[in-house]
Design a protein around this ligand. Structure first.
Ligand code: FMN
Length: 187
């Protein structure tokens, strides 16, 4: 079982990362971690987009350009950790998703309709927020991509909210989410 852990947390003391690590401790498999802060994934610009389109047209999917997409497609299970930033997630994660959403590697068009090419059956999304998550453009975006592009049938979100609210009992809020993980994983 190959678990791909995509870490979009940037703070050393990240509560989201703490929760994701707890979840990973309850999953069975060999974990490959991608620390997005340490990677050098660039957003697509004119030249890189052109290069990508040429490679796709030539079906050169073994090119290093598609390294992240291939790794994502081959994973048996995916865990994403991303704090709730500006109603969604850090842009590091968007750039990563842009790199993995490649027609011919993680999905392919069938009469204009995307069909998933990813092995993973489940994707876990772990997040924490300073206040309430009243509009989750982060998880709902990842879930829609997973189900409609990648062909990953099940997405599961674990979250802890209101961590930065004055007087919040952060340990209790984090503990509650850990309990939910324990119930889920049978920890
Ligand atoms: C750039 C930035 C944007 C944020 N945007 C929101 C937001 O829209 N809503 C919210 O409730 N909290 C927001 N927060 C607070 C974080 O969601 C909260 O502190 C979270 O627990 C941080 O996760 P971490 O401990 O893993 O770094 C933001 C924090 C930062 C640094």
């Amino acid at each position: 079982m190959k678990i791909l852990f995509i870490n979009a947390c940037v703070r050393t003391e990240s509560r989201t990362l703490e929760l994701a690590q707890y979840l990973l401790s309850g999953l069975d498999g060999e974990i490959t971690k991608i620390d997005l802060e340490k990677e050098d994934i660039l957003p697509l610009k004119e030249k890189t987009l052109e290069k990508r389109e040429q490679l796709v047209r030539a079906q050169k999917f073994d090119d290093t350009f598609f390294h992240y997409a291939r790794e994502f497609a081959e994973a048996d299970e995916i865990v994403m950790a991303a704090p709730y930033w500006d109603l969604s997630f850090p842009s590091l994660l968007k750039i990563y998703l842009e790199a993995v959403t490649v027609s011919g590697v993680t999905f392919q068009y069938d009469a204009g309709v995307p069909k998933g090419m990813c092995h993973a059956k489940r994707l876990f999304y772990v997040t924490t927020a300073g206040g309430p998550i009243f509009a989750d453009f982060g998880y709902s975006y990842v879930k829609t991509l997973a189900e409609n592009f990648y062909g990953i049938g099940e997405t599961i979100c674990f979250k802890a909210e209101n961590l930065d609210v004055e007087g919040a009992d952060v340990a209790a809020l984090i503990g509650k989410t850990k309990k939910e993980m324990e119930l889920f994983c049978g920890l």
